[in-house]
Design a protein around this ligand. Structure first.
Ligand code: 6PG
Length: 250
């Protein structure tokens, strides 16, 4: 049964037939947002997601948009990072650098890495200061990214906002350090106020292992169970691109 038949498909949800279609749809949306922002304001600010799903999207961007996007006008940030050095195989920066950043004409000064080799709290505070300076915001004002890319874990986490963590309750800071019991590790993550200030948030999800959470999200939106359901830009666009096996009903 296709997802479209099994439940009402919300307007923010785009179900695609396979992983190639997901990668293409996500890359096309990235390029659309970039071109629009650069035309309108001369720059494009984007926070990349980590994990495995976006790697192929980043590679496709490098392969097919290497010469068509104005990379010098694009500014890269990271929505979260593992508490590891940049060369660590777990590093989201390393994954983005290997799949995209090192393959296109992005000036190094345009890439704002979370300094996750520092103490996690220090890294979070330092990154918040970087954001406040870059976006020239006054204390209390929220930076507005043109695009924030997110994924979703099997427990419904997004960025490094995991169920039951105090990071989910953060209402004033932009970036916090958080300890993730299940991984026995620290992370640095954007908070909900920052995520929900974005002009657009694109969530990409693939894999049958995500289907139970996706089904719950679609079929009972009124009772937010998962951190990812708390992401809904107050004055911006929300787009979910979900690969069929993650959207299929049981
Ligand atoms: C991370 C991500 C995290 C990720 C989800 C999904 O640092 O891992 O920020 O939120 O998007 O865990 O990961 P997969 O794409 O690997 O399933």
């Amino acid at each position: 049964m296709s997802a479209d038949e099994s439940f009402h498909c919300p307007d923010w949800l785009k179900v695609v037939p396979d992983i190639d279609a997901l990668n293409r749809a996500a890359a096309e949306e990235f390029a659309r947002c970039a071109s629009e922002a650069i035309s309108a304001q001369g720059r494009f600010t984007v926070a990349l997601s980590g994990g495995n799903t976006p790697r192929a999207v980043y590679s496709l961007l490098a392969k097919e948009y290497g010469s068509s996007l104005l990379w010098g006008s694009i500014f890269f940030f990271f929505g979260d990072e593992r508490h590891v050095p940049p060369a660590d195989p777990q590093s989201n920066y390393r994954m983005a650098n290997e799949s995209l950043l090192s393959h296109v004409a992005i000036p190094p000064r345009n890439v704002y890495r979370i300094l996750a080799e520092l103490d996690a709290k220090d890294a979070a505070e330092q990154y918040q200061a970087v954001l406040e300076h870059f976006f020239q915001v006054t204390p209390g004002e929220l930076p507005r990214f043109d695009l924030i890319m997110l994924g979703m874990g099997e427990d419904g986490h997004t960025a490094s906002l995991f169920p039951g963590t105090t990071a989910l309750q953060e209402r004033s800071r932009l970036v916090v350090a958080t300890h993730v019991e299940k991984f026995e590790a620290d992370r640095i993550t954007f908070t909900l106020p920052l995520l929900n200030a974005a002009a657009e948030v694109m969530v990409i999800v693939a894999g049958a292992n995500k289907a139970p959470v996706i089904r719950r999200i679609i079929q009972s939106p009124e009772s937010p169970m998962y951190p990812v359901q708390r992401v809904h830009p107050h004055n911006g666009r929300l787009l979910w691109i979900v690969e069929q096996s993650a959207a299929a009903t049981a």
